[in-house]
Design a protein around this ligand. Structure first.
Ligand SMILES: Nc1ncnc2c1ncn2[C@@H]1O[C@H](COP(=O)(O)OP(=O)(O)OP(=O)(O)O)[C@@H](O)[C@H]1O
Length: 228
């Protein structure tokens, strides 16, 4: 169902929004432990491809295979359960729950999978320390900076040790030092925990952390290694 050795793969993915073709037969695959950067001009379909691969957007045609399962054939409930247990998300905006403190936000995915409050918050605090935002643990997202929010969101994405990490401009709100910190932690997730990491970025410094760059243009994806 997926190319040999790959953990996640999309084949013949098509998606239109009204008259706009966002994906036009895109192909993509990623192995465990591999970091792939999706690059390309604005509006070329990078985010749509990421969202299809993550089971957030259902493609009009084509299929997504994950670990021997057909993601496109699953019900919404099955896909949400899979996203919670196996996937981690780092998006630039709007992912923290405004009513919860930062430590509660990071602990949330663990709580949803049945970990007790104390243990979940201990682990959440360790990740806040790794991201150097432990000092904002009792504050709510509206009371901290955009860059701090992004680091809290990275902590929340990594706390469950996901098998696939989807990151859309993961360093967009960060200065270069904190950008490096986030990229080092995403690299660790790939190298040490063998997570597959799919990154959307315009930043060549971020892309430099990847093993492979895939260029998306007019809704099609081309592996740069194959193009050389
Ligand atoms: N929800 C939506 N409704 C309507 N059109 C959409 C929607 N999402 C994306 N599109 C359109 O689909 C095309 C691909 O968008 P997408 O966001 O995937 O591109 P992108 O490469 O990620 O762009 P950027 O680099 O600017 O974030 C664009 O023409 C965009 O306007």
């Amino acid at each position: 169902m997926t190319p040999a050795g790959s953990l996640l793969a999309g084949t013949g993915l098509r998606k239109a929004y009204g008259p706009t073709t966002a994906l036009d037969g895109a192909e993509f695959s990623v192995h465990p432990g591999e970091i792939v950067a999706l690059m390309g001009p604005s509006g070329s379909g990078k985010s749509t491809l990421l969202h299809c691969l993550a089971g957030i957007v259902r493609p009009d045609a084509g299929f997504v295979g994950y670990d021997g399962q057909d993601l496109t054939g699953m019900s919404d409930a099955e896909r949400s359960a899979l996203r919670r247990t196996d996937f981690g998300f780092v998006f630039q905006f709007g992912q923290l729950v405004p009513e919860l403190t930062c430590v509660e936000n990071v602990a949330l995915p663990l709580r949803l999978s049945g970990v007790r409050r104390r243990a979940a918050e201990d682990r959440a605090l360790e990740w806040l320390e790794r991201l150097k935002v432990e000092d904002v643990r009792t504050r709510r997202p509206g009371e901290i900076s955009g860059g701090q929010q992004q680091r809290v969101a990275v902590a929340r994405a990594l706390v469950t040790r996901p098998r696939v990490i989807f990151a859309d401009e993961p360093t967009g709100a960060l200065d270069s030092l904190n950008g490096e910190l986030v990229m080092d932690l995403l690299s660790d997730a790939a190298r040490k925990a063998h997570a597959a990491v799919v990154l959307v970025t315009h930043d060549v410094r971020v892309a430099a952390y990847s093993d492979r760059e895939v260029v998306v243009r007019d809704g099609r994806a081309t592996d740069m290694a194959g193009a050389i």
